[in-house]
Design a protein around this ligand. Structure first.
Ligand code: CO
Length: 460
């Protein structure tokens, strides 16, 4: 009986896609022991936006959250998402920081690190993969999936071959936009399986309504692991439902390894939490429905909602259709980057400016300039001549890996922080999100002083 592993995403991607990563640890703590026994291949619980959100909105130390999850889930593989040389932020970090971040992540409890680069430039994931393997954890090499005239099954096959040579333990097809169709998934999984001898993981979103069909066809083509979310946090902008796929696959003769009684307990636990977020307005019903527009425009759902809020704030919603039409043109001009963070933001902002300023590339964003200079890595296709000329003039884009131009940073920042940082984890939080971490450290201190004062009063 073929085994299909399940990666549960409720603590990370479902939380991020549906409720803007606002789930505090205290809310899900009581269910962790049950989740530990449910038979998941892994639980995605860290990385992505969770780190930033803990520090910025929840007043939680992300490292402490990870240690607490580890303690309650000793038997389940804990997984995180990492954007290669960008770690969890938006810029490239020097290698010493990337290595230290991975060492501390593994030491604090991570078993699997899913590593991707927005441009599928393997030079940007190399150090992260190497360090993960060195630390004894599993590196999962992820393809940022997109379609364009310069993306093909042959390119993706070449990419996974390179990842295999780097030492990854599995290959993940990361369809962040939910645009992977059942047919494409079948062909791609088959091609990957013919190219490398590694388990294939498929990650997609329900945004466009394709995901259940896509996962089933992936499995028919030989996929080994799928990403799903417990049903009350599934669908819409999130992943397909864990229980639904469990029932469907079990009947088709697959071994899922899951305990359905426990899945029911997990769902019953999260249901009132989901309802509470709907009531508060954090969970917008739009995030629960199907929106096939992203198939027409090839613009990810999350990017559509960003464009709308951006235009609303500029009082320019009447230009929405023009911006939508401009977006794929900008993407083409930039050599068809996959529309994933940070490229999705860059392309969206540039398209908006091109329309609102009445002249294309009248103003070019700082990040787009850096991208054209090659600071984010290799563009998948050719960058439009005129755009390149406008940015570069007579200069040439950089040839090598951008991180090679960066000085080591960890020890310097550690010395500079002094007492403010209590451990290496604090230093890493600061390097990742300086202002946010600084504020968090100050509030943490204040809270502790209040607590001390309180206990003294009680003794008196
Ligand atoms: Co995702």
């Amino acid at each position: 009986m073929k085994k299909i592993g399940f990666t549960e995403t409720v603590l990370r991607d479902a939380n991020q896609s549906q409720i803007a990563t606002r789930l505090p640890f205290d809310k899900f703590e009581p269910i962790l022991e049950t989740m530990n026994k449910a038979g998941y291949y892994s639980v995605e619980c860290w990385g992505g936006a969770t780190f930033d959100s803990c520090l910025r909105f929840l007043g939680e130390d992300p490292w402490e959250r990870l240690r607490k999850i580890r303690q309650k889930m000793p038997d389940t593989k804990l997984q995180m998402l990492l954007r290669g040389q960008n770690l969890l932020g938006y810029k490239h970090y020097p290698d010493d920081v990337v290595r230290k971040f991975i060492q501390r992540s593994v030491a604090n409890g991570i078993d699997i690190i899913r590593i991707f680069d927005a441009l599928n430039d393997t030079r940007n994931i190399q150090v992260a993969v190497e360090e993960t393997v060195k630390c004894g954890a599993m590196a999962s090499g992820a393809i940022s999936y997109t379609t364009s005239p310069v993306h093909s099954i042959e390119n993706y096959a070449k990419l996974v071959k390179e990842m295999e040579e780097m030492g990854v333990s599995s290959i993940c097809i990361k369809d962040m936009a939910g645009v992977l169709t059942p047919h494409e998934a079948y062909e791609l999984v088959k091609a990957i399986k013919e190219t490398v001898k590694l388990p294939v993981v498929v990650h997609t979103h329900c945004t466009a309504g394709m995901a259940y069909m896509t996962l089933l066809k992936s499995i028919e083509a030989g996929a080994d692991v799928i990403d799903t979310a417990i049903s009350c946090f599934s669908g819409g902008t999130s992943q397909p439902s864990t229980e639904t796929l469990y029932f469907a696959l079990q009947q088709l003769g697959y071994d899922t390894g899951l305990e359905s009684v426990l899945l029911k307990d997990i769902k019953d636990f999260f249901l009132p939490i989901r309802n509470e977020y709907i009531e508060k307005g954090t969970l917008d019903p739009i995030a629960l429905t199907t929106d096939a527009d992203c198939l027409n425009y090839q613009v990810p759902g999350g990017m559509l909602s960003n464009l709308i809020s951006q235009l609303k704030s500029l009082n320019a919603m009447d230009r929405f259709n023009e911006v939508l039409e401009e977006t794929p043109k900008v993407r083409a001009d930039l050599g068809y980057p996959p529309l994933v963070t940070p490229m999705s933001q860059m392309v969206g902002v540039q398209a908006t400016q091109n329309v609102l300023l009445g002249e294309r590339y009248k103003n070019i964003g700082k990040e787009v300039k850096a991208y054209v200079r090659g600071e984010y890595g290799r563009a998948p296709g050719k960058i439009d001549k005129d755009v390149a000329k406008k940015v570069l003039g007579d200069e040439k884009p950089i040839k090598g890996r951008f991180a090679d131009t960066l000085e080591p940073e960890f020890d310097k920042v550690k010395a500079q922080l002094g007492d403010t940082a209590r451990c290496d984890e604090d230093v890493l939080s600061y390097i990742a999100f300086p202002q946010v971490a600084e504020k968090f450290f100050a509030e943490r201190k204040e809270k502790e002083q209040r607590r001390v004062k309180f206990s003294i009063e009680r003794i008196d």
